[in-house]
Write a protein that binds this ligand. Structure first.
Ligand code: PRP
Length: 289
């Protein structure tokens, strides 16, 4: 209790609605920072840490972090880049990955950004797009919008658009094609430069990092003949290095290693092929590495 009193309250800004709002709440809860939001309230207190959650518009979070209204913020890296806000990037959160792409109509002859000189480009990302075009010596006319960018070519308002692409279904539905990728982004945790309690912020970052890593790695355990151990270690080098344990049978040993979750099936097949047995994949709930 007395330890908590000495700590200042850290304010974390999270999106107030949408998919990102749910992802952020789940991530914080998994990191032991659960909160309950009452209807329409803009604030919520975390139960077990001196942390206050502030619910904000996702695109306001970069500038509000830079201004110190919040100490930490969860938002899209695309919005951080577009805002130009001076914040500290603390952590990639492993969710919300998307591309920012320059797109034209399916039947457009455009293949090179230089063909867009003097043309109209509709986007919600004018700052990033202008810089990208300037690097290529292209000056275009901008139609700056806050949404529904994908219909602007059909409406006759633009010759090209720059928009976020996740699955590509919005582009397909509007008969558009990507002809240049401008950037790749994901959801990030950002921090104010002059935070009052950096130690508490570091604790929060470490907790979130543990969850982000746990979500993208699995633990693989298996037995393998000692004669094939070197090959097994090449297949599963682990996060740092694999743990190797002796078995009763001196010809065999047991191995434990972290593997990227998305690669687990392929790795298990490769272990099969070198004679490994009792291969078990376990989900990691949390970790500190
Ligand atoms: C975003 C983006 C695209 C769409 C891409 O829009 O602007 O329109 O998602 O996703 P897809 O490649 O999976 O189809 P969002 O739904 O966030 O709303 P907005 O149009 O108001 O920006």
């Amino acid at each position: 209790m007395s330890e908590q009193k000495q700590e200042r309250l850290v304010r974390i800004g999270v999106p107030s609605k949408g998919r990102l709002s749910e992802l952020a709440a789940q991530l914080l809860a998994d990191a032991g920072l659960s909160f309950r939001r009452s209807d329409r309230s803009l604030f919520a207190k975390c139960k077990d840490m001196p942390v206050e959650i502030t619910f904000l518009r996702t695109d306001d979070i970069p500038v509000l972090t830079a201004e110190g209204a919040i100490d930490l913020g969860i938002t899209g890296a695309d919005l951080v880049a577009e805002s130009g806000a001076e914040v500290v990037h603390r952590l990639d959160l492993g969710v919300g990955s998307c591309r920012l792409a320059m797109c034209v109509a399916d039947d457009s002859p455009v293949t090179d950004p230089r063909q867009l000189a003097g043309k109209r480009i509709a986007t919600s990302f004018p700052r990033i797009t202008r810089r990208w075009l300037a690097e290529r010596g292209v000056d275009a006319h901008f139609v700056e919008l806050s949404g529904s960018v994908e219909v602007m070519i059909a409406l006759g308002v633009a010759d090209a658009i720059v928009d976020l692409v996740e699955t590509g279904s919005t582009l397909a539905a509007n008969r558009l094609r990507i002809f240049a990728e401008i950037g790749r982004y994901e959801t990030v945790l950002i921090q104010n430069h002059r935070i009052a309690d950096p130690a508490l912020a570091d604790r929060i970052v470490r907790r979130l990092e543990g969850i982000v890593i746990a979500r993208s790695w699995s633990l693989l355990e298996y037995n393998v003949p000692r004669s094939r151990l070197a090959e097994a270690e090449t297949i599963t080098p682990g996060f740092n290095s694999p743990t190797v344990m002796a078995l009763e049978d001196p010809e065999w040993c047991a191995v434990r290693a972290m593997v990227r979750r998305g690669e687990a099936h392929a790795i298990m097949e490769r272990l099969d092929a070198i004679g490994a047995s009792a291969v078990i994949e376990t989900q990691i709930a949390n970790c500190r590495l």
